[in-house]
Design a protein around this ligand. Sequence first.
Ligand code: GLU
Length: 486
Amino acid sequence: MSTQIKTRFAPSPTGEMHIGNLRSALFAYLFAQKNQGEFILRIEDTDQTRYQEGSVDAILGGLEWAGIKYDGEITYQSKRIAIYQKYADELVKAGHAYHCFCTADDLATMRQEQTADGSTVTRYDRRCLNLSAEEVKAKLAAGTPHVIRLKVPTGETEFIDLIRGKVKINNADVDDQILLKSDGFPTYHLANVIDDHEMGITHVIRAEEWLPSTPKHIILYQMFGWEIPAFAHLSMVLAPDRSKLSKRHGATSVLEFKNLGYLPEAVVNYIALLGWNPGTEQEVFSLAELEQEFDLAKVNKAGAIFDIEKLNWLNGHYIRQKELGELTKMCVPYLQQAGYLDEKSEIRNQGSEIKESFEYIKLVVGLEQERLKKLSEIGERTKYFFVRPKVDQKMLVWKKSTPAETQERLQFLLEFLATVPEENWTRNTLEEVLVQEIKKRGYGNGDTLWPMRVALSGEEKSPSPFEIAEVLGKDETVERIKMSVN
Ligand code: GLU
């Protein structure tokens, strides 16, 4: 029987959940799903100085939002300190690690000396490795602050990265990494290796930034005599200018994307394509499809450029797929935020007689569903359905028309629309009867329908006047046209 595949997502709770973290989680999850394996969540919270309140919630919330489910219980490394200490002691006993009593000052002087000749690389010079067993014993007995360092062996370390191929490094380039800090807490390297081993992780799928740490990890596996897992380092998520995607490029955290009104389906679909190439023309993938199709062998090692236009396109796609009632519910918080609805989702009375109901909001959202790229745009796009627009007189005039002609058309519309019975007040019928009447009178569509649309919306661009009129209803439509007549 082949071993069951097991992957993990091992975030450190050090702040917001970056979109790159979500991608690491997604790829590890998808690889496990694809291979009927397991996927676990481990919180690497041993660095007390970098811990940030609320970040575990951000991680859990981000995973849940994206639909990424983990197996079993969450592990917190901070609850496993004794285990790491025990293993560190074992390494010392076996001669693979040693106590180091150097102070911060000692190390600073060492660095200064090493860089005096202009060199940029510094290494721990192993002075504590020369201490005799008695000296070490005495210092420990005296309670001298110390760390435990890895004694990097001579030779080379080599491994096959599933994305990058063979990686080889000269051990002379690897510093004697601290494994256990003076406060007794493990460093990332020690805890990460012990846990990946103890938890039976078969495939370590993580961000490229950890690639330089991997030789240290491999050395640790070898010293413990443990089986080495497979590694796959995902390329960096880059901004269009090829620098690391950061705040100055816009949204970077999962929460920001969520708040902007990106749907989880779109974000998951998009980040799956960041580096992964399905090898076909298909671009739209549900999570369930990704679980079937994802293939680590088709992950690219080149940096993946974050293309917000593509995300917007996918988001528009998933918005169009939504059932209108559901989409409306999702838009309500954004309309509330914009101040158009009160907390009970009723339309705020802005001095107009607009209907107050969910059904009305649904009609409004329905008009924008085709065009909407993110939910946060809904307020800006539909504000005139909630607040009567202040119409710019100049905008009312169609480009090939005149103010006098425009007023004449508006007067016509006012009189004509009043004669259209309520049961004919639908976009199609309105269009039919209006266009017919315009023709009969020898008017033009542009010089009549443009001012109608602007009178109703106050906007340069909007849905057609018939659509707007249908949603506003007869009374409000007539009222708005009246307000534009001088
Ligand atoms: N705790 C590391 C992080 O925050 C995990 C790296 C790894 O997956 O090994 O990214």
